[in-house]
Design a binder for this molecule. Structure first.
Ligand SMILES: Nc1ncnc2c1ncn2[C@@H]1O[C@H](COP(=O)(O)OP(=O)(O)OP(=O)(O)O)[C@@H](O)[C@H]1O
Length: 274
């Protein structure tokens, strides 16, 4: 039987209305009974326009937001029922890569400090010595196609694509099994986007990672993902195999998104994922 990595079960999130100088705004139903499951080792895409609830769902998976109702399980562990110590251990296994590699790297930290930071944060779980940390830093850079000579340089010395590689190395540091990829290539030039997407494919094959890929770009999702869910105003309107949804969308919303899809600008996938 296929192992389930992530299970979102009937999750709703209501943000209370905010009080401002013009009175109290209405509450926002950011997620409405969202259910989906991501299998171990697959790439699952979540696609929706701005304001559809992608960030709220992603933050909920990271336990930075608490759903108003419903449950989220990672490898069978219900996030709402874990102790602080169990949550800390789980955090080492679920990591995120953000959209903007310029904003997500501290300009005052060297690459070494950036990629080893998670090893320090998760020291209790990982328990590495200084020597092991330093070996791991070089290994992480090599995984993303960069040499150890870069470890003592600073973010401003790198291009956007290299910075995103450093972000990916940092996300891999604690040995996660599930990576949340929040529009990881949308801030990059198209040619660099393809290289980073290929790197993500290679890493998935090599490390057996599971990807939860958040995007508003169906072309990139079609390239990278096995299955996809389309979210609109907090509701999943359609989900299933990418091939089925792209070739025969059932909902009006899916037809609209696919109709507006630009030509796929990334090369054919290579390796075992082709
Ligand atoms: N802290 C909050 N308080 C109140 N409303 C919020 C809060 N965070 C998000 N929202 C609202 O919830 C809805 C979903 O927002 P969310 O950021 O999850 O969407 P998104 O799909 O990630 O959008 P984007 O692609 O623009 O980031 C929006 O209407 C947003 O205004």
């Amino acid at each position: 039987m296929t192992e389930i990595m992530l299970e979102i079960d009937n999750v709703s999130k209501i943000y209370p209305g905010r009080r401002g100088i013009f009175g109290t705004s209405q509450e926002v139903h950011a997620l409405k009974n969202v259910s989906l499951s991501v299998r171990k080792g697959e790439s699952f895409g979540l696609v929706g326009e701005s304001g559809s609830g992608k960030t709220t769902l992603t933050r909920s998976i990271l336990h930075l937001e608490t759903p108003t109702s419903g449950s989220i399980r990672v490898q069978g562990q219900d996030l709402g029922k874990l102790s602080d110590a169990e949550l800390r251990r789980l955090r080492a296994r679920v990591q995120i890569v953000f959209q903007d590699p310029y904003a997500s790297l501290n300009p005052r930290m060297s690459v070494y400090d950036i990629v080893t930071e998670p090893l320090v944060i998760h020291h209790e779980t990982l328990g590495l010595t200084n020597r092991q940390r330093s070996d791991r830093a070089a290994e992480l850079l090599s995984l993303v196609g960069m040499g150890p000579q870069h470890l003592h340089r600073y973010p401003h010395e790198f291009s956007g694509g290299q910075r995103q590689r450093i972000c990916i190395a940092r996300a891999l540091a604690s040995g996660p099994e599930l990576l949340l990829l929040d529009e990881p290539t949308s801030a990059l030039d198209v040619s660099v986007q393809a290289q980073v997407l290929n790197l993500l494919c290679e890493l998935q094959d090599r490390l057996g990672l599971t990807y939860f890929f958040i995007s508003h770009d169906l072309a990139v999702v079609r390239y990278l993902c096995d299955r996809v869910a389309l979210i609109n105003r907090g509701e999943i309107v359609e989900q299933g195999d990418c091939a089925q949804i792209f070739d025969a969308p059932k909902s009006e919303y899916a037809r609209m998104l696919i109709g507006a899809m630009p030509e796929v600008k990334v090369p054919a996938r290579t390796g075992s994922n082709t």
